[in-house]
Ligand binder design. Sequence first.
Ligand code: ATP
Ligand code: IP8
Length: 271
Amino acid sequence: MIILKIGGSIITEKNSKEPKVDYDNLNRICEEIKESFSSKNINADLMDGLVIVHGAGSFGHPPAKEYKIGQPFPNEEFPEKRIGFSKTQLAVKQLNTYVCNALIDHGLPAVSMQASSFVTTTDKRIYDFDLDFIKNYLKNGFIPVLYGDPVLDEKYRMAILSGDQILQYVARFLVSDRVVLGTDVDGVYDKNPKKHNDAKLIEEVNSIEDIIKMESTTNIDVTGGMVGKVKELLSLAEIGVDSEIINANHPGVIAAALQNKKVKGTKITKI
Ligand code: ATP
Ligand code: IP8
């Protein structure tokens, strides 16, 4: 089974003040997924084995930030938080509808799975996640499409569940062969490449020390940005599931990664 995360920075214009889909990227990536399915390099069973997770980009991060979902709050603020939760849930659901629409238009049997309707967290970590639905859809040749979502949390009452944590959980418990994350930079750098011209690509991340070395960044989103992503992936590497972060802005890179061809990027693996 392959798990593909498509970053919110790819399918949306993440810095836009308004929620905005990047249709060029979205449609191109759908084509690349389609192409990989029909490629002779991929065995016919792949159709039974792709899970897509996408990020929230300019749909989910702004409302989650505005309402500070996931931060402690006094009881009297609960009604306002609840509205914030609902607005965030609706925004990411709308993005998911665009994503599924594009996949289906490309002949891919996408089924939408809303984490907030079957996942709860405690202290922002997943503790209840029924994987049976995903397994059944996979068995029937569908492509489950999950996405970062607000969820109910035992400690904070509500939290933001990132697509990266979903990916980590699904890869861990469904025993994934390959985990590919497409984002808008070539991989993990020693510092934010968008802010530092001299940033160096780290081709392999093996330990938490490697990310401590990464300079802290100013554009961390509500789910921790690149550092949060790498922490999730390192926890997968600990149990022997390797992953790679690649640049999905470059045409052909997602297709190549799905077909197990070598692409530029960062591998997260345990030595
Ligand atoms: P989303 O969380 O909406 O799904 P995404 O998964 O595509 O989005 P981001 O969380 O936006 O990804 O993280 C990618 C961004 O992280 C890059 O655009 C880059 O500017 C930033 N970044 C910060 N520090 C680093 C670093 N050390 N190496 C690589 N990218 C970094
Ligand atoms: O974009 C965030 O998921 P991510 C989800 O994968 C929300 O970090 C609702 C902001």
